[in-house]
Each structure stands twice: as structure tokens, then as C-alpha cells.
Design a protein around this ligand. Structure first.
Ligand code: HEC
Ligand code: HEC
Ligand code: HEC
Ligand code: HEC
Ligand code: HEC
Length: 372
């Protein structure tokens, strides 16, 4: 016991000296690793062949360099609106997220980014809003514009009393109608641009909107004639000098749906851009988390060692001439990494070899003769 203490104390001194002089890539301090993983350091420092990076920078290989800004969904919606309901399907129940919202008005002026945390306590009960989000009216269906280039392009718009999806069914008489859908976006003012229409034809169309409960309304049949160009004069509403501002935002979940709805309203007609980021739990021990196996065993090694310095890695034994070795560490079910052959923390053998490279190294995996 006493002997152990005597051995340890000079090392601790060296550690302190060393670690005060380097700046780690992350905010995680290397000496904080040693309070729990001192054994690893002591072993690394006592190897015959030392890997200096290990005794100097524990976090480099192990602590994820990812920042908090890990964007997992991005939506840019270019039509001017005052209210949006956006559905995000891939958000997990256990992870916290943050939505960043930027509004831009028709003059190109944007508000400063606004944020809402998507965490359990901020997600509303689904039923309370029921009455106010139920679709009852679909109206003001109009052809806004017909433009003729190589093909014809038509802009169709309509309104609904609550936020709902925008679908259109259209076609020529006697043909099966096509459909165009905008998924996951619920608005009151709908606009769809149909591209690739034929010249001098009469198309029939119906607009369709569905609310978040699945209630669907379909307009009566309308026609659009592609013989001439045409633009409906638009009333520019609310185009004053005020900056766009987020007036209200909320997050809610519907029973039976795994995703989440984000509801945003603005003081004036704007375009919206939404980024969803993961909120990383920063722990004192492991920062934003430990790195993936491939990163700490391959990617980071290339930071200092050249790609052609050694054997191919990131591969599995696929040919009948090779096999995956027993007793050597691989990842993801047999993928060879740098540390399949080398010890990462340094070692007793030259090149930190896991075993004697002179003795049939290659034959552990290659069934045909190889020599170095
Ligand atoms: C307060 C104690 C503590 C501190 C400080 C700490 N760790 Fe850990 N670490 C643990 C524990 C406990 C585990 C095992 C459980 C786990 O995976 O979280 C672990 C696991 C690990 C593993 C995975 C080991 C394996 O078998 O896969 C690595 C690598 C690691 N830590 C590196 C570090 C590094 C690098 C630092 C410094 C930035 C550090 N740790 C700081 C307690 C700590
Ligand atoms: C050059 C990159 C690198 C550095 C620097 C590094 N490690 Fe590791 N470490 C690895 C790799 C790769 C493994 C996985 C080894 C394996 O698969 O056998 C590992 C394994 C570990 C483990 C789990 C297995 C064990 O040996 O206990 C711990 C804990 C650990 N490291 C802690 C640390 C600490 C503490 C430091 C700083 C003193 C450090 N590492 C520095 C690459 C590194
Ligand atoms: C920050 C730079 C850095 C990183 C990252 C790094 N190394 Fe090294 N490595 C070195 C240096 C420098 C040496 C020379 C010995 C020393 O001074 O530590 C070395 C030596 C080695 C040697 C022995 C070379 C010889 O000539 O005997 C091997 C093998 C090795 N590293 C493998 C790895 C592996 C595997 C990884 C990834 C797990 C890795 N290194 C990551 C810097 C790095
Ligand atoms: C299949 C086993 C194997 C794998 C996998 C492997 N090496 Fe090696 N490595 C060797 C052998 C054998 C030598 C000795 C070669 C020699 O003596 O010329 C060596 C030597 C080295 C050396 C020292 C000589 C030099 O060229 O600088 C470094 C550094 C090194 N390897 C790094 C790596 C890195 C980094 C990886 C991952 C990208 C890796 N090795 C993957 C077997 C391997
Ligand atoms: C840990 C297992 C392992 C060891 C040890 C190993 N290899 Fe490989 N090697 C592989 C695998 C797996 C492939 C992928 C190709 C395949 O499956 O045919 C490969 C591919 C290669 C290739 C690329 C060309 C090819 O055949 O596809 C060369 C060259 C090579 N190895 C040489 C060597 C030499 C020389 C040694 C001894 C220093 C060695 N290997 C040791 C597993 C290994």
C-alpha cells in the first residue's frame, strides 16, 4: 500500500505539470479524466513504448468534438404566411431538442433567431386545442398566374379557416388525375405551383386540405386554361416597415403520432425557416459524450499518421482468402481498425504491437502466405 503511494505521487506531479501546459480541443479538462481513470494514465506512462498523445490529451480520441449545434431537421418555407404548423416526424421521445426560428418578410428583412425548447415539460396536452384547429372551411380557390415557357406553369391558391395541408388533384378531361402534395406543413393560405403543363389545354382541378385530425375538405372542380398568360393582381397586405416578429410558438403532440407539431404565428406575412437541433446533455465527465468506436480507433489516428502508413482498415474479411481473427479487437462485427493490431495507449512491444509482428502476423487473417 505504502509502496503504491510512493510510486503514484511523482506521477501525479508530472500529470499536473503536463496538463497545465496544453490546451485540449474540448472544454473538458484532461486532468478531470484522471480522477476516475488514473489507472489508464499510470499504465500508459509506464509502458516501454509510450504514445505521447495518450499521456497528454485523453479527450482528443475519446471525447466527442461535436458541438451542441447538431442540426437534425431544417425547413425553409418560402410562401408568405402569418401562421404555420409544421410536423416533424423523426424526433425521439427521450431526447431534448431546440427549434430555432427565423422569419423574413417580403422586403427581405429578418428577425433575430427565436428559440423554443422541445422538452417534455413544454409539450402541450393534445385535446385542449381541438376546437380551434378543426377544419370547417376551404374557400377562395383561385388561379393566380399562368406563365408560358417551354412548358406552362400555373400558380393556384386557396385559403382554409385553420392550418391544414395543401394538396391538389389535377388533370385533363378523360385522363387519370395527378396529385401534388405538400406534406408536413399546415397553413391557412395555400399556394401550389404546377409545372410542366401542356399549352392550349383546359385542366380540371380540385384543391384538398386536411387538418391535423385527418378531417379533409375538397373544393369543387375548377378549370384552368393554358391558352394565354395571365397574372392576377395581388393585394400586398401588411407590407409595412415593421420587422417580422414571432408572436407565439408552441409544441404539441397528437395521440398516436410519434412526431411533434410546432406552431408559430407572426405579426406580419413572412417566410419561415426552422432548424431543429439536439440539446446535448453536457456531463462533467464525458462532455457531450464519448466518441464512436470508428472515430477513436481509425479517424483520429489519421490526424497524425499518414493514410498509407499501414495496413488497410475499415474493412471486413470478405474474400475466402481472409478470416476475422479471434482474440483481436474489431468493431461492428469484424471491421478491422488501427487498434486491431496496435495498442492505442502505447505498449511493451515496438509499434505498440498487440503481438509479435514477426511471428506470422499476416497469417492470423490471411490464409495465403504473406511476408513483411
Ligand atoms: C467522475 C468519474 C469520471 C470522469 C471524470 C471521467 N470518466 Fe470516463 N468513465 C467513467 C465511468 C464510470 C465509465 C464507465 C461507464 C460509462 O461508460 O459511462 C467511464 C467510461 C469511459 C470510457 C469508456 C470505457 C469503455 O470500456 O468503453 C472512456 C474511453 C472514458 N471513460 C474516457 C474518459 C476521458 C477521456 C475522460 C476525461 C475527459 C473521462 N473518461 C472522465 C467515469 C469517469
Ligand atoms: C490515440 C487515441 C487515444 C488517446 C489519446 C487515449 N485513448 Fe483511451 N482508448 C483509445 C482506444 C482506441 C481505445 C479502445 C481500445 C480497444 O479497443 O482495446 C481506448 C480505450 C480506453 C478505455 C477503456 C479500456 C481500458 O483500457 O481501460 C479507457 C478507460 C480509456 N481509453 C481512457 C483513456 C484515458 C484516461 C486517456 C488519457 C490518459 C486516454 N484513454 C487516451 C484511444 C485513446
Ligand atoms: C495527436 C497526434 C497523434 C494521434 C491522434 C495518434 N498518434 Fe500515434 N503517434 C504520435 C506520435 C507523436 C508518435 C511518436 C511517439 C510519441 O512521441 O508519442 C506516435 C507513434 C505511434 C506509433 C508507433 C510508431 C513507431 O514508429 O513505432 C503507432 C503504432 C501509433 N502512433 C498508432 C496510433 C494509432 C493507432 C492512433 C489512433 C488510435 C494514433 N497513433 C493516434 C502521434 C499521434
Ligand atoms: C493488420 C495489422 C495492422 C493494422 C490494421 C494497422 N497496422 Fe500499423 N503497422 C502494422 C505493422 C505490421 C507495422 C510494422 C511495419 C513495418 O515494420 O514496416 C505497422 C507500423 C505502423 C506504424 C509505424 C511505422 C510507420 O510507418 O510509421 C504506425 C505509425 C502505424 N503502423 C500506424 C497505424 C495506423 C494509424 C493504423 C490505422 C490507420 C494502422 N497502423 C493499422 C500493422 C497494422
Ligand atoms: C487482423 C486481420 C489481418 C491481419 C493481421 C492482416 N490482414 Fe491484411 N487484410 C485483412 C482483411 C480483412 C483484408 C481485406 C481484404 C479481404 O478480405 O480479402 C486485408 C487486406 C490486405 C491487403 C489488401 C489487398 C487484398 O488482399 O485485398 C493487403 C496488401 C494486406 N492485407 C496485407 C497484409 C499483410 C502484409 C499483413 C501482415 C503484415 C496483413 N495483411 C495482416 C486482414 C488482416
Amino acid at each position: 500500500m505504502y509502496r503504491l503511494l510512493i510510486i503514484i505521487s511523482p506521477i501525479v506531479l508530472i500529470i499536473t505539470l503536463l496538463f497545465n501546459t496544453i490546451t485540449p480541443a474540448e472544454e473538458v479538462k484532461p486532468n478531470s479524466c484522471l480522477s476516475c481513470h488514473e489507472d489508464v494514465f499510470i499504465k500508459a506512462a509506464s509502458y516501454r513504448y509510450r504514445h505521447s498523445v495518450v499521456t497528454e490529451q485523453c479527450p482528443l480520441c475519446h471525447i466527442s468534438p461535436e458541438t451542441k449545434d447538431n442540426i437534425i431537421a431544417l425547413r425553409n418555407l418560402p410562401t408568405l404566411q402569418r401562421e404555420w404548423l409544421i410536423y416533424f416526424d423523426q424526433l425521439s421521445n427521450d431526447q431534448g431538442y431546440q427549434a430555432e426560428i427565423v422569419l423574413t418578410d417580403s422586403n427581405g428583412k429578418s428577425c433575430a433567431p427565436d428559440h423554443i425548447d422541445i422538452v417534455k415539460k413544454n409539450i402541450w396536452e393534445p385535446d385542449r386545442q381541438r376546437a380551434s384547429l378543426e377544419l370547417k372551411k376551404l374557400f377562395r380557390v383561385a388561379v393566380d398566374e399562368i406563365q408560358k415557357r417551354g412548358f406552362v406553369r400555373a400558380t393556384i391558391s386557396w385559403d382554409t379557416d385553420v392550418p391544414a395541408t395543401s394538396d391538389i388533384e389535377y388533370g385533363l378531361r378523360g385522363e387519370r388525375p395527378g396529385t401534388f402534395k405538400i406534406n408536413d406543413l399546415y397553413t391557412r393560405n395555400h399556394k401550389i405551383i404546377l409545372n410542366g403543363l401542356k399549352h392550349k389545354s383546359t385542366y380540371y382541378f380540385r384543391t384538398v386540405s386536411r387538418d391535423i385530425y385527418g378531417n379533409t375538405l375538397r373544393s369543387e372542380e375548377h378549370t384552368l386554361d393554358t391558352s394565354g398568360e395571365f397574372t392576377r393582381p395581388t393585394e400586398l397586405k401588411g407590407d409595412d416597415a415593421a420587422l417580422p416578429v414571432v408572436e407565439h410558438m408552441q409544441v404539441f403532440r397528437m395521440p398516436g403520432n410519434k412526431g411533434l407539431y410546432l406552431k408559430v404565428s407572426a405579426n406580419k406575412l413572412s417566410e419561415i425557416s426552422v432548424k431543429i437541433k439536439e440539446i446535448k446533455n453536457i456531463s462533467k465527465n464525458h462532455g457531450v459524450g464519448l466518441t464512436a468506436a470508428r472515430y477513436s480507433r481509425i479517424d483520429i489516428c489519421y490526424k497524425c499518421h499518414s493514410h498509407d502508413s499501414s495496413h488497410p482498415v475499415g474493412i471486413k474479411a470478405v474474400s475466402p482468402k481472409t478470416k476475422t481473427p479471434d482474440g483481436l479487437p474489431t468493431i461492428e462485427d469484424g471491421i478491422i481498425t488501427c487498434v486491431t493490431c496496435h495498442e492505442p495507449h502505447g505498449g511493451e512491444r515496438v509499434h505498440y504491437n498487440r503481438f509479435d509482428f514477426k511471428q506470422d502476423l499476416c497469417m492470423r487473417c490471411h490464409l495465403q502466405k504473406y511476408s513483411i
